[in-house]
Design a binder for this molecule. Structure first.
Ligand SMILES: [Zn+2]
Length: 138
């Protein structure tokens, strides 16, 4: 992967309002759940959150956040990591996972309930809705 292609990929990753996230927001909106998008005053600026009710949701792309036991990326290892520069990608994904864990920890120590929804889980809408309800109705 050339540097040019790589930086374009990284830009794409940083882009907010990716499709899975929009899907989740649509579900929340339809359920009448109030939320704020990318609140920068919270650790990791969660995709959606509510400071009054103290909950935060991250919608994680399976590849970039290293989803373990993922059907889509086959256990989070191998299949989708480009063969060229694979150590670069592995390191990148590991760093993402560590950062995710740190942010989760910080949020929880602030009294937040944190829900992580993986991109591949969004397909099972009913189960996502059930998890959202548990979170917002606590
Ligand atoms: Zn997944």
């Amino acid at each position: 992967v050339s540097t040019k292609v790589r930086s374009a990929m990284m830009r794409a990753v940083r882009q907010k309002h990716t499709k899975p996230e929009l899907e989740l927001r649509q579900i929340l909106w339809r359920s009448g759940i109030r939320y704020r998008v990318n609140n920068k005053s919270l650790p990791g600026s969660p995709d959606v959150s509510n400071m009054t009710r103290r909950w935060a949701i991250f919608v994680n792309g399976c590849f970039w956040h290293g989803h373990k036991n993922c059907l889509k990326t086959k256990g989070g290892k191998g299949s989708r990591i480009p063969a060229a520069n694979s150590s670069f990608w592995q390191r990148k994904i590991l760093n993402n996972r560590l950062r995710d864990a740190r942010n989760c920890f910080k949020l929880r120590s602030l009294g937040y309930d944190v829900l992580i929804i993986w991109e591949c889980q969004l397909k099972a809408k009913e189960s996502v809705i059930a998890r959202l309800n548990t979170l917002v109705n606590k």
